[in-house]
Write a protein of this length. Sequence first.
Length: 144
Amino acid sequence: MTDSVGFLLNDTARLYRRTLDGMLRDLGMTSLQWRTVARLKREPGMRQSELADLLEVEPITLSRMIDRLADSGMVCRKPDPNDRRAWNLYLTDKTDGLIRQLEVEARRVEDLAFAGLSEDERQMLAGLVERVRANLSRKEAVDA
């Protein structure tokens, strides 16, 4: 019996995340913290509630993690000028070197995962996975 593509994708993502977590542990980070920092790098000023939705974590879970990142000086909260109840999140300069280290570790995991694949195969795989992601991101798939 062969595994379904869905099972293979899910299991591969689990192994990828576990491997990345192992490499990030030495930097004092988890993959969820890395995803948080990476998202804020791309979209500074995001509200905590929006970030929790994008990362698919409970708001209280994200809030506690942001507390830890803020205590370490990597993230700062600023009041949202349009909503007194909301906070916007920004990275501090302290994350610059860390982001470079995290990117190196992420590339190491990618190289490990794609060992033995040619550049054409890597590009083909990325394109196919992107199409699957796009299919599942469509409204009808999300509403299903």
